[in-house]
Design a protein around this ligand. Sequence first.
Ligand SMILES: C=C(O[C@@H]1C=C(C(=O)O)C=C[C@H]1O)C(=O)O
Length: 108
Amino acid sequence: MTRNSETATDGGTENRIPDEMSLDELREEIQTIDREIVELIAQRTYVADTIAQVKDEQGLPTTDEKQEQQVMERAGENAEQFDVDANLVKAIFRLLIELNKVEQRENR
Ligand SMILES: C=C(O[C@@H]1C=C(C(=O)O)C=C[C@H]1O)C(=O)O
C-alpha cells in the first residue's frame, strides 16, 4: 500500500489518508489491524477444526490436497486483487494450513 492510498479501517481514524496521520495514530491503526488478523485466524482455525470433526465422523482423511490447492489458488487471486505480494500471502496460507493439520491430528 502506498502512503497515499486510503486505509481500510474501522478504528478511530476512518477514511484518513496515512499522510495526514501521526506516527502514534498509524501505530494505533496497525494495532487494530493486528488484532483483527488474529481474530480472523482464530475464526479460521475454529471452522477448520469443525471440518476435521465432520471428516472424522465420515471416515475421511484430515488432509485434502485438492482443497489445499484451491485455498492456495484463492490466496494468490486475493493477493493480486489487493495488490500485495502473492508469494508472501501464499506462504502465510501454507503456514495456516499446516498449523491446522497439526492441531487436527493432535485432536484425533
Ligand atoms: C479445512 C480443511 O482441511 C484441511 C485444512 C485445510 C485448510 O486449512 O485450509 C485445507 C485442506 C485440508 O487439508 C478442508 O478440507 O477444507
